[in-house]
Structures are given as structure tokens and as C-alpha cells.
Design a protein around this ligand. Sequence first.
Ligand code: MN
Length: 489
Amino acid sequence: MKYEFWFVVGSQFLYGPEVLETVERRAREMAAKLTKVLPYPLVYKVTAKTNKEIADVVKEANYDDNCAGIVAWCHTFSPSKMWINGLAALQKPYCHLATQYNVEIPNEEIDMDFMNLNQAAHGDREHGFIAARLRIPRKVIAGHWTDKTVQKRLGDWMKAAIGVAVSKGMKVMRFGDNMREVAVTEGDKVEVQTKLGWQVNTWAVGDLVKEMNAVTEAEIDELVKIYEAAYDVATGDTAAIRYQAREEIAIKKMMDAEGCKAFSNTFQDLYGMEQLPGLASQHLMAQGYGYGGEGDWKVSAMTAILKAMGENGNGSSAFMEDYTYNLVPGAEYSLGAHMLEVCPSVAADRPRIETHHLGIGMNEKDPARLVFEGKKGDAIVVSLIDMGGRLRLICQDIHCVKPILPMPNLPVARVMWQAEPSLTTGVECWITAGGAHHTVLSYDVSAEQMKDWANMMGIEFVHIGKDTTVEGLEKELFYNDIAWKLKTL
Ligand code: MN
């Protein structure tokens, strides 16, 4: 998909054709210059002067799959009743860029003509009112359009809007059900399809095995070469690597045939398979597919969405699981990993392919997997849970460190982090909010982007950051509960 965003500029006939020509010329210039620095093109569409022009551009945006959102601005005053019909029909993400063409007020030049042409301060307030009045989910970004921070924030919002487009087209392929008795990986598939657009359906493990058996040795040779180019081979068990390649090729063929961008499986249902896909799942994630272990289709879809929101449309985001803590005072860290399946996009160095025994599940042979340490840097962890009647997205700020121990006998990829506001208060907040043990850990998607995404999807958002307290969070969750009950009445 070649995503783009549409620049819609509000005005009216009152000022005469000369002003309107100037507005259009400047809007085209701004869109062209911004396109050079933004992650996606900003395409000038219209200087809107009538109800019909606005309703028409919104209708066109709604039905154009390439249009990932509308950026609106009022160079002049634009009476907002003419926006009501269009905004009421809007189904695309919407950002109000409260900017102006000029940076400074020109002391000598300024007169009433200048004021009539350059009155965004006036027009953007009128425009803001109608979106508030209509309760439209929106992002408001204020500042000069050439300002680096403004451009970065607009770019970040665009990526969150891409997350909306990817979510609305998301198809998840499930192999096997959720792990027996686990609660947090469950969820209402009708609700997620209604709210988030996800199509979550199941395919038989037997069909996957059939597809695996049809994979040729030549196809496996080719993929093994790709593995060898990207990773160090630290095992003599080439059969295990080739088996993972066979699994990857088969899973990818099935997903691509169905248009699925994410998948889940469970170690409790590997009937006819020798190994749980490890390296296979990891390399699929490296290519942008989402994955969730133990049948966790929610985290799988979220992984694919955060990846698409990241740098270059496939960022440093990974399916993750909180495993164990280091609770030494002054060195308090969480250790995250998974049985096998951690995406190498979060690796600090070149990953190694290793084979080890996996006691859990029904593995006949030792599965090959990538082993590495996660990189240092600020990140977030994100968990989507089903509260019964509504979805809650929980996001926590974390700081990843180089793992403080080499852990030579741990045969899986690992990431270590400090959580905000501190490890223990952070854990208390996470548990209070009901966050899962499975998360998406991302280095290049921010909490603000996840808030924007949740806002655009119409779901609850809970942020645990440096200023969060347990008491404050408890109140927020209590009020949210009431608010969401009123909202869904
Ligand atoms: Mn797990």
C-alpha cells in the first residue's frame, strides 16, 4: 500500500479570489516541503469554501485505501458549520495542524489585508470548536510548520494513523487454540473486529503440516542462505535449522495466501510437527509479521501493528514476555524473553542460531532458535486486554539496559529493563491495570503514538510513566470504568 495523507485547508468566499489563490499556492508549497521531511506524503487536496467541497473530500478519503488520514488547517477563517456534514461522515484519522504560513508578525507590512489573509489563530479556534462539539477523535498539533518538533510530531502521528490502517485490515491466522486455562490471552473476537477491524480465524495444524511436507529442498536451501547471511550459525544440527526453514516457508505461504499479517500457535498443539517454530517465527517477525505464543492472537496482531508504525514501516518491536526480576536494591530489573520467539529487530548484536532441548510442549527434536541480547535504549511495553464489553490498552515506559549478567545457560534471546516509575511501583501499576505477561516491546513507537492510536480506535488507554502513582492510577481506572459504561450505553 502506498499510504499518503491529505491536506485540507479551510477558507470561505468572503475574502475574494486573490486571497483564495494565495491560500492555495501557499498550501501547495507547505504540502510539498513537508512531504520532503515527513515519513509519508502530505498531498494538498482542496482549499474548501463550501459544505459540499468538505463533504466530497471526506467521502473520497473514506473510500480511498491509500489515504491514511486528513490533516486540516485554516489559513483564513472558515466558518465551521460548513464542516459538520463532512466531519460527521469522517472515517479516517484526523489531525488539526494549528499553524500559520509566516513565522513572525511583520511590523511594517501588517495591515487589515494581512490580518484577513493570515488569521489562523482565529480560524483554527473556530475549527477546533466544531471537532470538540462533534466529539471527533483528533490530534491537535500547534506550532510553525517548519519547526522540527512540529514536523516530528506530525510524522509520529502519521505513523500512528498507519497503525489504524493496518489494524483495520488485520487478519490473524490461528493455529490451535489458546493455551489451556489461561485467561488474559482470551478475548472477544467479535468485539475486536468491530472496534479494531481484526479478522481472527483458525486454521488446522494438519493443514500446516501438509503445506510443510510440500516445501522443496531447493526452497529450504534458499532460505538457509538468508539465515546464514543474517545470523551466526552456532550449532552443528543443520537438520534442525532446515526444519525451521520448512516451517517458516509453509507458514508464510499460508499467511500470504490469506492476506494474514499475524499468526499464533501453541506448544500444546503441534500435532505432526517435530519442533515448535522458533527460528521460523523469529525470522517471520523480522519480516514484519506479528506473532503471539500460547495462542495469544491479541499480542500477535499488536506486534504487527507496532512494527508497521515503526521506522520504515517495520520497526524495532517484538513479542515479549515478562519472566523474572532482579530485585537487588539499586539494580532492579525485569528480565523479558520467551520460550523461543523473540524478534531479532531488538537485538544489540548479530544473533546466533542455536539448538537446545525444549522440555515444555510436545517437541520431538531440539528446536533451532535465535539467541541474542536486547539493545540498550528507551522503549515501551504494550498490552491489549479484554475487560468484558471494552478493550483496554496499557502502555508502560521502560529503559532497556545491556543485560547485567551473561546468563550463559539461558538458551533464549533476552531483554532487560528498568520500568517507570520504578520497577516495583511499575509492577504494582501494571498488575492493578490488569496488564498481561505477554507484551509488545518497542524501541521506536512512543507512548504518545499509542495514545493517539487508542484514541483513533476508540478504546481505553492507560499510560504508566514517570509520574504515575498507584493511588492516582486506581482512581483513573475507577473513573474510566464509569465513563466507558456510560459510553457504551
Ligand atoms: Mn508466553
